[in-house]
Design a protein around this ligand. Structure first.
Ligand code: ATP
Ligand code: MG
Length: 597
C-alpha cells in the first residue's frame, strides 16, 4: 500500500506519536524540526526520507523545519554542495511543505539576550513570514561559531572541558574500546586558568593542526565510548566556505549539533540510528550549560537503504571521481538531482519514502517498491505520445507522396475526460525495428513477411516487400495500408493479433534516447568488497529515435509516456532544441527479472 503524504493523512509512527504526546502534555506549543545535511556531497534518496519525515511533521503540526547546513568540517565541504542541496530540498518539498521551510535573514547570527530569569540566552529565529527569498538563506552551523566558542569557554570555566595535548593517535589509544576502559589524559586536570589561556591561544592560531584539542571532561571509564572525554574542538588551519578565514579551530559534530539545535529552538532533533550512542553526549553538553529555554531532544530512526543502489556520499563521490558516472546528477544514481534529471516526480519520491514507514530496525528496502511508485505516479499524470526507438522505415505504397490521412491519438486514457490529438498517417512512417522479424519465432504477432498488424490509432497494414541494399542491410519495408480499418470506417472492427506504434516520417523529430538500467548487478553493492566490480555493464544504452513532432517542445521535468515503451523526459543538461535528448525514467513494466539480470 502506498500513501501519498501530499493528499492523504500520513500514518503515525513512533516519532509522530512522541511529537503528538509532547504537544498534548503542553511540553511544546509549536514544533520545530530541522534537516541538517553536511555539505560534503549531493543528497540521495535516503536523505529524502529524512526530509519528508522532518518536513512532514512540521507540516502536520503547523510547525517549521529548518534547513541547516551542518558545516563544521571545512576540509570536505564546498559551496557547490550547499547550492545543490538547497535546490534539491526545494524541489522535493515544492507545493507540499514549502510553507514550513525555515530559513533565516541573510547573514543573521544568533542574538544574545537576557532570559526572563536573568540568565544569558542566545537564539536565532527564522526570517519573518513574507520575507523575500533573495533576503533569506538557510541556517548554517558555522554562523554559530562565536556562540559555540562562548559556550566552550563556559564549559571550561565550569571544569567541564580541558585542553589536551595528546596527538590524535594517542587520543585514540587512550580512549580504549567498548570492552576495555580508557585511560585519563595526563592533561585532564589542568587548571581552569590554564585551559582558558590555551583555548584562547588555540583560537588565536598559535598552534599547528593536531597539536592540541578541547575535550569534554566526562568519564574515561564509561561503557559508552562517546562519553570518554570526547573531542569538542580541533585545530585546522583552513578557510571555511561559509564562515571565511576567521577560524582555525573547528567544533566537532557532537558539540556543534546539539547547540545548533538549541540556538534555533528545535524541539525534536530527528536523526538516524547510528547516533543512538551519541544521545547521552547530546544531553550532557546541553545539560551542563544551564540554558534557560526548554532543551531539544534527539530521536533516532532506521536509515532508508534501497536495494541495487549506493547511498553513502563517500561511495557516490568515488563513482563520480572514477568516472563511472557522468557526475552527481547522472540519472543512474539515486541522488535527488540524478532522480530529478531522470524524470522521477517529487511526489513519487515523497510517496515512496513515506510508504516505507519509520522504524527502529535497519533493513534493505526493495527498489522494486520505488519503481512501482514511480510508475503508478507517472501512469496517472503523463500524457501519451508516439515515439519509435531504433526506427525502420515503412513505405505505405498505396498512399500518395504528400498525402496525409487524419488519425487521432488519445492523450491520456487515465484522464477523467480523455482528449485526443491529430497524428497524420503519411506514405512514409517509422516503426520499431523490434516490431519486425524477417524470420519470426512461433506466435510472433508483429510485422512479418506477408503478415498484418494494426498501426495504433490508424489502420491495418500488410507487409508486401522487404527492400535491402547490396550488402543485405534492411532499407525499408513496403506495405499496403487498409484504410477501411480506420476508426469510423466500415472495417474498423477487423481484428489482427498485433498492434504496434509508429510515427509519420514527415511529422517527426530526431532524438537521442537514453535507456537506463540499474547501476549494480547485486542487491547490496555497499556490502561488496569492491562495488566497482559489480557494476551493470548495460546500465546505459543510447539509441536514436524518431519522436512525434509535439515532443520537440517538451520541457525537462515534464514526463510523457512513449506508448508501449515507458516514461521519458527531456534531459535537463544536454537536450537542446536542435539536438533533443530524452531520458527513460522507467519502463512500463518491471522487466528486470525477465531480462535475467
Ligand atoms: P551518508 O552517510 O549517506 O553520506 P550522512 O548521514 O553523512 O549520509 P548527512 O548530511 O549527515 O549525511 O545527513 C543529513 C540527515 O539525513 C541526517 O539527519 C541523517 O541522519 C539523514 N540521513 C542520511 N542518510 C539517510 C538515510 N539513508 N535514510 C534516512 N535518513 C538519512
Ligand atoms: Mg554525516
Amino acid at each position: 500500500m502506498s500513501v501519498d503524504p501530499s493528499t492523504s493523512a500520513t500514518p503515525s509512527d513512533f516519532i509522530r506519536d512522541i511529537v503528538a504526546a509532547d504537544l498534548a502534555a503542553g511540553r511544546h506549543t509549536s514544533i520545530v524540526t530541522r534537516f541538517p545535511p553536511e555539505p560534503n556531497g549531493y543528497l540521495h534518496i535516503g536523505h529524502a526520507k529524512s526530509i519528508c519525515l522532518n518536513f512532514g511533521i512540521a507540516r502536520e503540526q503547523n510547525g517549521r523545519c529548518n534547513l541547516r547546513f551542518d558545516d563544521t568540517n571545512p576540509v570536505k565541504e564546498d559551496v557547490e554542495y550547499v547550492d545543490s542541496i538547497t535546490a534539491d530540498v526545494r524541489w522535493l518539498i515544492q507545493g507540499w511543505a514549502d510553507h514550513c521551510l525555515g530559513v533565516k535573514p541573510r547573514g543573521a547570527k544568533p542574538e544574545t539576550r537576557t532570559a526572563a530569569d536573568g540568565r544569558t540566552d542566545r537564539l536565532i529565529g527564522p526570517a519573518p513570514v513574507g520575507a523575500k527569498d533573495a533576503d533569506c538563506e538557510a541556517f548554517f552551523a558555522s554562523d554559530y561559531f562565536d556562540a559555540l566558542y562562548e559556550y566552550a569557554l563556559t564549559l571550561i570555566r565550569n571544569g567541564d572541558a580541558y585542553v589536551c595535548d595528546l596527538s590524535p593517535k594517542e587520543t585514540d589509544e587512550y580512549r580504549g574500546a567498548p570492552d576495555r576502559p580508557g585511560r585519563e589524559s595526563p592533561f585532564r586536570n589542568r587548571s581552569v586558568a590554564e585551559n582558558l589561556d590555551l583555548f584562547q591561544r588555540m583560537r588565536a592560531g598559535e598552534f599547528p593542526d593536531g597539536a592540541r584539542s578541547l575535550r569534554a571532561r566526562i568519564d574515561m571509564a564509561s561503557p559508552n565510548v562517546w562519553l570518554r572525554d570526547p573531542l569538542l574542538y580541533r585545530i585546522r588551519h583552513v578557510a571555511h566556505h561559509h564562515a571565511g578565514d576567521g577560524w582555525c579551530i573547528y567544533p566537532l559534530y557532537d558539540y556543534a549539533h546539539c547547540l545548533s539545535d538549541y540556538l534555533e529552538g528545535i524541539t525534536h532533533s530527528i536523526c538516524t540510528l547510528e547516533f543512538v550512542d551519541h544521545r547521552p553526549l547530546y544531553d550532557w553538553i546541553l545539560g551542563r550549560l544551564n540554558l534557560p529555554r526548554p532543551l531539544p531532544h534527539q530521536y533516532e530512526f532506521a536509515k532508508l537503504v534501497p536495494s541495487y543502489t549506493l547511498i553513502s556520499k563517500r561511495r557516490l563521490l568515488k563513482l563520480v571521481e572514477e568516472g563511472v558516472v557522468s557526475g552527481w546528477d547522472d540519472p543512474r544514481l539515486a541522488t535527488l538531482s540524478g532522480l530529478r534529471r531522470r524524470g522521477v516526480p517529487a511526489a513519487a519520491l515523497r510517496r515512496f519514502v513515506t510508504s516505507v514507514g519509520v522504524t527502529k530496525y535497519d533493513s534493505v528496502t526493495d527498489i522494486a517498491l520505488f519503481e512501482h511508485t514511480v510508475r503508478d505516479e507517472l501512469n496517472a499524470a503523463s500524457p501519451r505520445r508516439l515515439a519509435v526507438l531504433k526506427p525502420i522505415r515503412v513505405v505505405l505504397t498505396n498512399l500518395a507522396p504528400g498525402e496525409s490521412v487524419e488519425c487521432r491519438a488519445t492523450n491520456n486514457p487515465q484522464a477523467e475526460n480523455p482528449t485526443t490529438r491529430p497524428v497524420p498517417l503519411t506514405r512514409e512512417v517509422y516503426i520499431e525495428s523490434d516490431d519486425f522479424a524477417e524470420v519470426p519465432p512461433p506466435k510472433y504477432f508483429r510485422l512479418k513477411p506477408g503478415g498484418e498488424v494494426r498501426l495504433k490509432y490508424a489502420c491495418i497494414i500488410r507487409l508486401d516487400e522487404i527492400i535491402k541494399d547490396a550488402e543485405g542491410r534492411l532499407i525499408e519495408l513496403r506495405c499496403t495500408a487498409d484504410l477501411s480499418t480506420r476508426a469510423g470506417q466500415p472495417n474498423a472492427d477487423r481484428k489482427v493479433k498485433g498492434t504496434i506504434h509508429w510515427v509519420s516520417a514527415s511529422h517527426c523529430v530526431d532524438a537521442e534516447v537514453r535507456l537506463y538500467d540499474r547501476l549494480f548487478t547485486v542487491p547490496e553493492p555497499a556490502a561488496e568488497e569492491d562495488f566497482l566490480k559489480v557494476l551493470n555493464a548495460r546500465s546505459l544504452e543510447k539509441v536514436s529515435a524518431k519522436l512525434e513532432s509535439t515532443l520537440a517542445s517538451a520541457q525537462p521535468g515534464e514526463c510523457v509516456q512513449f506508448e508501449r515503451l515507458g516514461y521519458f523526459t527531456p534531459d535537463a543538461v544536454e537536450s537542446r532544441p536542435d539536438r533533443l535528448v530524452f531520458n527513460r525514467t522507467i519502463t512500463l513494466k518491471d522487466t528486470w527479472g525477465a531480462a535475467g539480470a
